[in-house]
Design a protein around this ligand. Structure first.
Ligand SMILES: [Zn+2]
Length: 353
């Protein structure tokens, strides 16, 4: 029996149709595409110009699609716009709002990173050079500086009665909301090696170390003055770490700013802050507050003009987690009031306004 192509097709379709509507639908669609493709290829073979145009369109479409792929546009634009000066443009904010990271996800990451950070900080701490009183004194003798102000009796705070001025260099408030003024200047002095701080606080610092020493506590100075560049480097390093773990720039920025001070908002950059630990506990962790040295410092730092800058329970004011190792120089009088009343520098300065 002789059959035409058309008849054979109809026959197969009917057989497929009997196997169910889905297969029939597939068969019809498949055939439709085959016929269409055949016509298109046939047509293009006869019209080379059209073929060239179709190929060009395909190439252009592919190129455009790759540029607009989220990974590329996201990071490049945001990094180049925002990173150099750590400005947050409206544009980058709206970009982030569109891209939703669930709060739970963020909290998990945060926890994980904070855990990791404790370790990082410990490592950073042990890498750094640390000097105890003896090291510093011998260095200063070599330099022809005075020894410790050991013979000076510690000044007694005159709490409450002293008149304070907002313009006093010792009371400058530096935090996220109050960046370092552009025209702020001070003279750096070397404590020892690469360790520097504002020259005006060295005598009181040494007197404090000396007093601790007499009570059998060997204090160690870590990261006093930090250059703008180093602060920026530290901050950038954290942001990159978090972005590498899948956070958007803004989320990484927010998280980093809870751990490393946003550049230009760190007291380390004005040489008035020091991280202090002791020979038996050398990591910058909360546990330092419970050590003999931590307790001694909290009790006596004000006598030498220093305060625990980020106390426990005041995180909502300072915006910084409890740091029993971070001491800020504010002068003996102000330190006495601040430590006595258990307030923060933020609260103290606000009262002056
Ligand atoms: Zn610090």
């Amino acid at each position: 029996m002789k059959t035409t192509v058309e008849e054979r097709m109809r026959y197969r379709l009917l057989r497929l149709g009997k196997k169910g509507p889905v297969r029939r639908g597939l068969a019809v669609t498949g055939m439709f595409f085959c016929v269409a493709l055949f016509h298109v290829v046939h047509y293009l073979r006869d019209n080379r110009k059209r073929l060239a145009m179709v190929m060009m369109s395909l190439v252009l479409f592919a190129a455009y699609a790759s540029f607009s792929f989220p990974i590329f546009s996201d990071n490049e634009e945001r990094m180049s716009d925002v990173q150099p000066h750590f400005l947050i443009s409206d544009e980058s904010v709206s970009l982030v709002q569109e891209e939703e990271v669930s709060m739970e996800e963020l909290e998990d990451l945060e926890e994980e990173f904070l855990d990791g950070f404790e370790v990082n900080r410990m490592q950073e701490g042990t890498e750094e050079e640390q000097f105890n009183l003896e090291d510093i004194l011998s260095y200063r003798m070599e330099q022809g500086e005075n020894g410790a102000a050991a013979s000076d009796p510690p000044k007694q705070p005159d709490s409450g009665t002293a008149a304070f001025s907002k313009d006093d260099w010792r009371l400058i408030l530096v935090n996220k909301q109050h960046p370092i003024p552009e025209d702020y200047s001070f003279t750096l002095a070397t404590i020892k090696g690469s360790k520097q701080c504002d020259e005006r606080i060295i005598d009181d610092l040494l007197a404090m170390m000396q007093a601790a020493n007499e009570d059998g506590i060997n204090l160690l100075i870590m990261s006093p003055y930090r250059s703008d560049a180093r602060q920026e480097w530290l901050f950038e390093k954290k942001i990159n770490l978090y972005m590498g773990r899948g956070l958007s720039y803004m989320d990484a920025y927010k998280l980093s700013s809870q751990i490393v001070m946003v550049p230009d908002s760190s007291e380390h950059q004005i040489g008035l802050a020091l991280d202090i630990v002791c020979d038996t506990y050398q990591s910058l962790t909360e546990g330092f507050g419970d050590t003999q040295a931590g307790i001694w410092l909290e009790e006596h730092c004000a006598e030498f003009g220093f305060i625990v800058r980020y106390p426990k329970g005041k995180e909502y004011i300072t915006g910084v987690e409890y740091e029993p190792w971070h001491f800020r120089y504010v002068g003996v009088e102000a330190a006495g009031v601040i430590m006595d009343r258990e307030i923060t520098l933020e609260e103290f300065v606000e009262e002056l306004e």
